[in-house]
Design a protein around this ligand. Structure first.
Ligand code: PEP
Ligand code: MN
Length: 333
């Protein structure tokens, strides 16, 4: 159950509500987000909602029987729209492409990618400066120096930035340069990081864990929401299965299911989803057809020389073909 409180609820009204909930033996947790104040209740047994609904200081009481509360579609019937600023939005019919290299490598690379994005009407650039790598001897990203270069070119060109944050301690320094914080698949259940991002007033894109279930992804989003940040985007990026013919199994079933269970926007990363360059184009179109609210894709001027994930990165020419096709497909859909 979610009890939505009035912004101007008094301490006295809050105290009476808590007393009623305690008397009814209902566990309750206060939540304050950028948009409102709530009491999340996890009752052990059936109860009469009218015992609460008449109390002062309450806007509404929503029965949310499932395990997920704040991220559930059951109480928030209107789909969430994530506003990234300057008319860049995701969710409820707003669709955005986010494209760029796996890793930020140089200023020249940022400049040529921004040019490609602008030519194709794309408003958000991706690029990692902190890279989670399986081997500690692989390229780990340019860190804050890379992020500052990334910001310089993007801000001059009206392009928004999405980049991965790997630990809570990085958030503060990254904050001025980032428009969307990405939580990578390996950190999908790093609850300390998720809670820290709950305190941030910027959108967070959370990727599904490498072997993460849909419920686990929703619980991870719940951590961010419960700690105050409602601006969450869910991302399907493929999961590990018994199949070894491709890097991951892109689970497009997840898109309608996540949209049914949650009010949050759902996007797809087809690059990590299949991990094979020549099939990314087709899988991107499949993802668009599945009803997602955006695409996160790896592109590079010369994919074969990319510092990371070149094998799944498409070049600018193919990306242009793809953006055209996506536009046509969305018109049909
Ligand atoms: C990435 O986006 O480059 C990345 C590391 O993704 P994931 O966390 O999905 O592996
Ligand atoms: Mn990558």
């Amino acid at each position: 159950m979610i009890i939505q409180l009035k912004e101007e609820i008094t301490q006295k009204e809050l105290k009476s509500l808590n007393e009623v909930l305690d008397e009814m033996n209902i566990d309750h947790y206060p939540v304050r987000t950028q948009n409102g104040q709530y009491q999340i209740c996890t009752p052990k047994a059936e109860f009469d909602i009218r015992n609460i609904g008449h109390l002062d200081g309450i806007v509404d009481v929503h029965r949310v029987s499932g395990k997920h509360k704040m991220v559930s579609h059951k109480w928030k019937i209107d789909r969430s729209i994530i506003d990234i600023g300057d008319d860049v939005k995701m969710g409820d019919g707003h669709f955005e492409l986010m494209a760029g290299p796996c890793s930020i490598e140089s200023e020249e690379q940022i400049i040529n990618t921004v040019e490609c994005l602008k030519n194709n009407g794309v408003r958000i650039m991706r690029g990692g400066v902190y890279k989670p790598r399986t081997s500690p001897y692989s390229f780990r990203g340019l860190g804050m120096d890379g992020l500052k270069l990334f910001y310089k070119t993007c801000s001059e060109n009206g392009i928004k930035i999405i980049t991965e944050v790997m630990e809570a301690g990085q958030i503060e320094a990254m904050m001025p340069y980032v428009d969307i914080f990405q939580v990578g698949a390996r950190n999908a259940q790093n609850f300390n990081l998720l809670e820290a991002l709950g305190e941030v007033d910027k959108p967070v894109l959370i990727k599904r864990g490498i072997s993460g279930s849909i419920d686990e992804l929703l619980f991870s989003a719940e951590y961010i929401f419960k700690n105050g940040n409602e601006k969450i985007i869910l991302c399907e990026r493929g999961i590990r299965t018994f199949e070894t013919s491709y890097r991951n199994t892109l689970d497009l079933n997840a898109i309608p299911i996540l949209k049914e269970k949650s009010h949050l926007p759902v996007i797809v990363d087809p690059s990590h989803g299949i991990g094979i360059r020549k099939h990314v184009y087709q899988m991107t179109l499949a993802a668009v057809a599945s009803g997602c609210d955006g695409i996160l894709i790896e592109i590079h001027k010369t994919p074969n020389s990319a510092a990371t994930d070149g094998q799944q990165t498409i070049d600018f020419k193919e990306f242009s073909r793809l953006t055209e096709k996506i536009k046509k497909m969305r018109e049909i859909l």
